[in-house]
Design a protein around this ligand. Sequence first.
Ligand code: HPA
Length: 267
Amino acid sequence: MLDKACEYIKNVIEDFKPEIGIILGSGLGDLADEYCEKAISYSEIPGFEASTVSGHKGRLVFAKINDKKVVMMQGRFHFYEGHSIQKVVFPIKVMKKLGVETLIVTNAAGGVNAKFKPSDLMIITDHINHMGVNPLIGPNDDSMGERFPDMSNIYTAEYVELARKISKKLGIDLQEGVYMAFTGPSYETPAEVKMARVIGADAVGMSTVPEAVVASWAKMKVIGLSCICNSAAGVSTVGLSHEDVIQAANVAKEKFKSLVKEIIKEL
Ligand code: HPA
């Protein structure tokens, strides 16, 4: 299926060879609209599923940003949609086969660290997989990565430093920390958020970890960026809603885009 998907995509993009992959999270899909040169709906690609979350378009977008060839996922597959974890990470394997060497993975997240405010951006320095499933379970494709891959340095330190430098230059306050993934789709309870904090998380969300694990396994460099859209349950007294999350992502959109564009330039 992987070969079929790549063959289908290559027929459309011809000699365009993306070097950077970007997964655009909730409310952050604008970058793809802005730069789109060629797009393929997920529903057309063998092995892809249609995305079911509102606010997610569901297409692969190919473009040149700051002279770099990129492939963007405008919308991703979430485990909570009912997709198998293999379906969730399938696009990452496709990206690898298309020649992508660096993955920029973005998401909307809840702030666990009390210092974080809605619409803050956070560079991910590490993660905790609390989804109860690992995307590498099953037969190992030795041509892509090893059976027992080291996960000590998923989020390339050099690129964390680069993001710090760029955000300073752009005057963007960049938070940093550990992202912890739950399956969703319900938001966490206050007790779960307290647990997350105690074990070292700064933000919680429902994505990113499966994709980052597979990208790292496949020897891709990974940059993770969270848009902190709300204080996680119990961190503030305000209740949570998907609408508020999207609204906070909207507020952060412009600084998010300028940060990502500048990172791409420097890669
Ligand atoms: N929890 C999990 N996922 C999220 C949150 C949250 O508080 N906000 C945005 N995505």
